[in-house]
Design a binder for this molecule. Structure first.
Ligand SMILES: O=C(O)CCC(=O)C(=O)O
Ligand SMILES: [Fe+2]
Length: 281
């Protein structure tokens, strides 16, 4: 196997985010080597990144994150979302996490899985310097995207999610479905963009994530928020919403999260990433 001697911008962002979430450089270097990077190159690149970047631990340059309640947190214990009544199971304040029951029916979960099964691709990133697509070590799932109004079923779900979250459909990226097989995971990361990747003409920063569980997982596969030691166990039809962007343009580092490896069975989720403003005109 040839060794890889270039680090893409996306991989660099992942490295910085992962360092910021408290993972040690040595653990990251080992992951790069396992993925096929030349050991000396992996260590040198990593320590160059550690040396050059202000690796922040908790607070952003503009001071501590100011918590603001998102609309979804103001709606009481049962939320009327279009064609469905959604029950709030629990709330965490910092970071802001809202656990929701019954957002999708069993049939809707099954339909999302069946519609995406044939379209799954390894979760990849594009290397900005070479234009080549490649996987990154921290993300081993497969995924696909639906476009916003791809069919009536997706449109109905989009409208439900918009009413639930209080963010218009236009602020949301297309629904993404992810599948994790045994051993697959999504290492600690933030969903918001690093500053140089925010597209002001495409809705700006991401501010919240609605993560829907499409099946029960036999073992493993929890979504973990390591800063507060919380883990969400996947349960078919439930969801978790987390909010990490405020009106001052700050982002909440407490929102770092991961999907731990599936140890038995498989895991299906759908993710909706929501931006500050409309993405589409
Ligand atoms: O699969 C999970 O539990 C987490 C997925 C995730 O973090 C994401 O899609 O951004
Ligand atoms: Fe995420």
């Amino acid at each position: 196997m040839g060794t890889i001697k270039q680090i893409s911008n996306e991989l660099r962002d992942w490295i910085i985010d992962t360092l910021n979430s408290g993972v040690s450089p040595v653990v990251i270097a080992d992951a790069l080597v396992k993925k096929g990077f030349q050991p000396r190159f992996a260590y040198e690149s990593l320590f160059r990144i550690v040396g050059n970047e202000a690796i922040k631990t908790s607070e952003s340059a503009e001071g501590p994150y100011q918590y603001e309640l998102p609309e979804i947190a103001k709606k009481g214990n049962t939320i009327h979302a279009g064609d469905r009544e959604i029950k709030v199971l629990s709330r965490i304040e910092k970071p802001c996490i809202i656990h929701l029951d019954n957002i999708l029916s069993e049939e809707e979960c099954d339909a999302l899985i069946e519609l995406s099964r044939e379209r799954l691709q390894p979760s990849r990133v594009v290397d900005a310097s070479t234009g080549e697509e490649r996987t990154v070590p921290g993300r081993t799932s497969k995924g696909m995207y639906f476009s916003i109004n791809e069919n009536d079923f997706i449109t109905r779900l989009e409208e439900r999610f918009a009413e639930l979250t209080g963010f218009p459909v236009e602020n949301g990226e297309g629904l993404q479905v992810l599948n994790y097989q045994v051993g697959e995971e999504y290492k600690a990361h933030f969903d918001y963009f690093p500053p140089h990747r925010i597209q002001e003409d495409k809705g700006g920063q991401r501010v919240g994530t609605l993560l829907l569980y499409l099946n029960d997982v036999e073992a493993g596969g929890e979504t973990v928020f390591p800063k507060i030691g919380a883990s969400i166990v996947p349960k078919k039809g439930t969801a978790v919403y987390f909010h990490y962007g405020n009106s001052l343009g700050q982002v909440d580092r407490m929102s770092v999260h991961s999907s731990i490896p599936v140890s038995k069975g498989e895991k299906w989720v759908a993710t909706k990433w929501i931006r500050q403003r409309a993405i589409y005109s």
